[in-house]
Design a protein around this ligand. Structure first.
Ligand code: HEC
Length: 213
């Protein structure tokens, strides 16, 4: 009885000693890490950007497609043409401010000339196209873009955009899934349109989001 009482006290004591030394060690280590590598503390891991990007895409896509569906039903393609525009939604504006991010979509076949890919996006599109041709599903990915004299380093987030049956009304094959009269309306707004000929399930392009590092 006496022995086990002593044993109990010793165990408790050593536990507190261990805890105390563990705490001191952690605090010291933390201090060392922040002092020695300040840059590492500022750079967020890829997983953070992947989840931020995913959240932006999910919210933006939900809003765009609900606006598209509603206006297609109410006003047909002619009225809905304005709703596949990212700037049509105040949500995109507030998301870019909240995340300090630039939100874009791009493609190998574009409709709006403003969606034409820059040099980084061209490489990203080529990479996605290669994966798609091999029959692989494209997963979202992150790239660190180097800082230049004029701009600080950025983190690029890319995620695939696939074509749904709803999209064919404006991105399908003229005379088949895309009515000729609707295509005429589209051509009036976008004379150099290339974004047709898609089928449901086709890879349409990429979300391209840039975060300041
Ligand atoms: C009512 C017609 C309409 C429908 C339906 C539609 N789009 Fe669009 N889409 C457009 C127009 C118009 C643009 C050009 C928007 C702009 O000026 O930014 C566009 C642009 C895009 C772009 C940007 C790249 C580019 O070519 O300029 C992507 C990506 C895109 N659409 C994908 C889709 C997907 C995916 C769907 C289905 C979920 C869809 N669209 C449904 C009309 C439509």
């Amino acid at each position: 009885m006496k022995k086990s009482f002593l044993q109990y006290h010793l165990t408790v004591l050593s536990f507190f000693l261990l805890l105390a030394s563990a705490c001191t060690q952690t605090a010291e280590e933390e201090q060392q890490t922040t002092e020695q590598t300040p840059a590492a503390a500022e750079t967020l891991p890829d997983s953070v950007y992947l989840s931020r990007g995913g959240e932006i895409v999910q919210k933006t896509f939900a809003t765009l497609s609900s606006h598209l569906k509603a206006s297609l039903q109410k006003e047909g393609v002619e009225g809905a043409v304005a709703y596949c525009h990212l700037n049509a939604s105040p949500l995109v504006d507030s998301l870019s401010r909240a995340y300090g991010a630039q939100i874009r979509r791009t493609s190998l076949k574009i409709r709006n000339p403003q969606d034409a890919p820059d040099a980084y996006e061209q490489k990203a599109l080529a990479k996605a196209a290669a994966a798609h041709e091999k029959g692989e599903r494209i997963s979202p990915w992150i790239e660190r873009l180097p800082a230049s004299d004029s701009a600080q380093g950025e983190v690029a987030y890319y995620a695939p955009i696939y074509t749904l049956p709803l999209c064919l009304k404006c991105h399908g094959t003229p005379g088949e899934t895309l009515a000729e009269s609707d295509y005429a309306v589209i051509k009036k707004h976008y004379p150099d349109d290339q974004a047709i000929g898609y089928q449901a399930g086709d890879w349409r392009g990429l979300w391209s989001i840039r975060f300041k590092e």
